[in-house]
Design a protein around this ligand. Structure first.
Ligand code: ZN
Ligand code: ZN
Length: 318
């Protein structure tokens, strides 16, 4: 099992998972393609499609975290905090088709996939050791994936990561000061400003955030308050699917099939009922490399203005 260690100088947690060094790369038969089901661990969820399947969820064969009854903690030295790598790490196989990425799926297929995301979010939420759940997709080698077949991942951790806590602190402070939800207000402000809007559709708004970290960073935000993706309704999933598909398709066209990370942010599990956090989708195209300055300072340098990126995308989503 992996362990989770805390950096005593920043309080950041690091997962030490030495098994991850041996992750598979594309070679020969794809384990995620239809017909090769026996090459993966037994599935946790299958969305059937006649005798076949539309989406499968399996444990990550090279999991960063694994389930256990309890989370052991110990301190091998006065400044060294460590805990067992307890949690969940699952792979969602988006489609049985090897080259059918989300941008090219039908709205119906994206809906089924998003429902599978929600089902696993809800299932992992039930584990009392889980404090935080992140659903994400790495598409392309620059985004960190080692397998081409479209897939997503879900990781559930026994601690809320520091930067999530930080976002949460900011949102809580804003709520204390104003009695309002920061995220709902950001959405309203972006809609009012208009220059960074990509499109508005019933239920969801797509925009390039004011302080985008990377060129073409894109957020998809629900228009009504809800802290966690696990709480999203069937109706909202149906409305979200075409929004995600159209957004990814526009990015595909704008950046010529970019590598990207797609992240679904939710509040930590214990804060799901609070009125000051809003789940949202963040898409980070990996067109630039993170180098020394960014790593050292934590400050990003981006070469594109979000206003210009938004106008490019606006043309493409028509
Ligand atoms: Zn495949
Ligand atoms: Zn809100």
């Amino acid at each position: 099992m992996s362990t989770i260690r805390q950096d005593p100088t920043t309080k950041e947690w690091v997962i030490v998972a030495t098994n991850r060094a041996h992750r598979p790369r594309d070679s020969g038969t794809c384990p995620f393609c239809a017909g090769n089901e026996s090459r993966t661990d037994p599935e946790l969820l299958r969305i059937p499609d006649g005798g076949e399947w539309q989406v499968r969820v399996i444990p990550n064969g090279f999991a960063a975290l694994s389930p256990a009854d309890r989370v052991g903690r110990w301190e091998p030295g006065p400044l060294f905090r460590e805990m067992a790598g307890v949690g969940h790490h699952e792979v969602i196989i988006d489609t049985p088709v090897h080259d059918r990425t989300m941008a090219f799926m039908s709205d119906e297929e994206v809906t089924v996939l998003l429902r599978a995301f929600r089902a696993r979010h809800q299932a992992l939420r039930a584990d009392p050791n889980v404090r935080y759940i992140l659903i994400f997709k790495n598409q392309g080698e620059n985004a960190g994936t080692s397998l081409t077949h479209p897939h997503s991942q879900i990781v559930a951790t026994p601690v809320a990561p520091l930067h999530v806590r930080q976002k949460y602190r900011v949102a809580t402070g804003y709520y204390d000061d104003t009695g309002r939800c920061l995220y709902c207000d950001v959405l309203e402000a972006e809609r009012a400003a208009g220059v960074r809007l990509v499109f508005d559709s019933p239920g969801f708004t797509v925009f390039e955030p004011f302080a985008s970290q990377v060129p073409f960073e894109t957020w998809i935000m629900p228009q009504h308050h809800q802290a966690s993706f696990g709480q999203v309704s069937d109706g909202d999933i149906t409305r979200l699917a075409p929004v995600v598909r159209r957004t990814l398709r526009a990015l595909h066209e704008a950046l010529d099939d970019p590598h990207f990370n797609l992240i679904i942010h939710s509040a930590p599990v214990e804060d799901e009922d609070k009125p000051y956090y809003l789940w949202h989708v963040q898409i980070l195209p990996r067109v630039a490399t993170i180098a020394g300055f960014e790593l050292g300072s934590g400050m990003r340098v981006t070469s594109a203005s979000p206003e210009e990126s938004a106008s490019v995308l606006r043309e493409l989503v028509r």
